[in-house]
Design a protein around this ligand. Structure first.
Ligand code: AMP
Ligand code: GLY
Length: 424
């Protein structure tokens, strides 16, 4: 269930071993079906689709209890109920649970009125981090060195002006430093196993400048992250969390996505998400070798077998470049015709993932949201994967098109691969 880039990537991976119906899907997902994959789209709500396994893509329906409704009708569902989805639906609740589980996170406090919030901000050394408690499509976080800006942001959030009810409670945190990493684990309520880590690019502009977004690109593998870091994340940030969820009588079956910062003091969690990352899924899922549909079904049934994991993450390197619309993230413009999809698709080892596209009344493909397309390149090396992704991205045009030119550059340079080649 879903209509974005993550769901397109999920459908492509699930269709390797299953027949996939996506509600509502998007024109790119429908096109994948026409290309001969076992994928179709339907307008029917999930409750009216009969299937052996429901996989819920986005956070909003999870927070709203869709998994509970499907389970109460006897459906097998991959995705947490509303109780577990609070991990993402309320940052304040997440921080409390994480501290009970002794998961390393940033120091923080929660506020719903201005005066104590400002007082707390003034007691911090900075940088200042201000988060909406509720869901804000990845845009509710301000990180700034300016106390003045942080105070203005707190006022706008608490008053409801900037994010409505989602911002009427805020979490204020100390700023952490270090490279970021996304570790996603498949969880069956008791046990979990990790997928390959990925790195996401949250800021809109090159060199991590500009506003926070839902994610402007991603790559995997992440060369500087060895298996020992993934193991540490499982032991310190995922397993204790599952234990704490169970203590709260929460049977969590779905993805636990730990957004981490690799600080001098070790990995610290900056957020948990309750679903696959977007665009992380676009680079992680193609690397997963095995029967994804069967594994998700086993997780949904509470029966993962960890002794012999059926899914390994050692497929070829992947780089995803997100093409965004004019005005994203503040006010994305929609309805701009998109050109060059077929040229992009003809670049070898490239997948054009649709994230926010629609067909207009005359059947033209147009933009329909902020993050429009994800261009995923695959290759024997990260460098080649990146070159393919950018070559294909260069084929696409629409009015206001924007993308970062530095996705995976630093990682490739670190590998000694002259990563700056060919840019955007
Ligand atoms: P979140 O939605 O909580 O992941 O926050 C969005 C982005 O804000 C993260 O990907 C980080 O880049 C940044 N961020 C969040 N929390 C912190 C923090 N405590 N210190 C520094 N940066 C942060
Ligand atoms: N790319 C970040 C997220 O999915 O939340």
């Amino acid at each position: 269930m879903g209509s974005g880039g993550r769901e397109h990537a999920l459908a492509l991976s699930l269709a390797k071993t299953a027949e996939v119906v996506v509600t509502p899907g998007n024109p790119g997902i429908a096109r994948s079906g026409l290309d001969g994959l076992a994928i179709s789209c339907t307008d029917s709500p999930a409750e009216q689709v009969n299937c052996d396994l429901y996989v819920i893509g986005p956070e909003a329906p999870l927070v709203a209890g869709l998994a509970d409704r499907l389970r109460s009708r006897g459906g097998l569902v991959f995705g947490p109920g509303a109780d577990g989805a609070r991990l993402e639906g309320s940052k304040a609740w997440m921080k409390r649970l994480a501290s009970q589980a002794r998961v390393p996170t940033a120091r923080y406090a929660t506020f719903d009125s201005l005066v104590p919030a400002v007082e707390y901000l003034r007691s911090l050394p900075g940088p200042y981090v201000v988060k909406t408690d509720g869901l804000a499509a990845g845009k509710g976080v301000l990180v700034t060195d300016s106390l003045e800006e942080a105070e203005r942001d707190v006022a706008a959030k608490l008053s409801g002006e900037s994010f409505g009810d989602a911002g009427r409670r805020v979490v204020i945190e100390e700023g952490l430093f270090g490279p970021e990493l996304s570790v996603l684990a498949i969880c069956d309520g008791r046990r979990a196993f990790p997928l390959a880590p990925a790195q996401d690019f949250k800021r809109l502009g090159d060199g991590d400048t500009g506003p926070n977004t839902g994610g402007m690109g991603a790559y995997s593998p992440v060369s500087h992250v060895g298996p020992e870091i993934v193991e540490e994340v499982m032991e310190r940030a995922i397993e204790p969390l599952i234990f704490e969820l169970r203590r709260s009588s929460i049977d969590y079956r779905g993805v636990i996505y730990a957004g981490l910062m690799l600080t001098d003091e070790g990995p610290k969690v900056i957020e948990y998400n309750v679903r696959f990352g977007d665009p992380e899924a676009q680079v992680i899922l193609p690397r997963a070798q095995g029967d994804l549909a069967a594994v998700l079904a086993r997780a949904a049934a509470g029966r993962l077998c960890l002794e012999e994991p059926d899914l390994t993450s050692d497929g070829p390197p992947q780089v995803c470049v997100v093409l965004s619309a004019r005005g994203y993230p503040a006010h994305p413009r929609t309805g701009d015709p998109i050109y060059g999809i077929d040229e992009a698709r003809s670049v070898p080892e490239v997948t054009v993932v649709h994230a926010a596209t629609a067909l207009d009344s005359s059947g033209r493909l147009v933009t329909s949201g902020g993050r429009v397309l994800g261009i995923v390149g695959q290759g024997p090396t990260l460098k080649e994967a990146r070159e393919r992704a950018y070559r294909a991205a260069g084929c696409i045009s629409f009015d206001g098109l924007h993308y970062r030119s530095d996705i995976a550059v630093a990682a490739i340079a670190e590998l000694g691969g002259a990563g700056g080649a060919s840019g955007g």
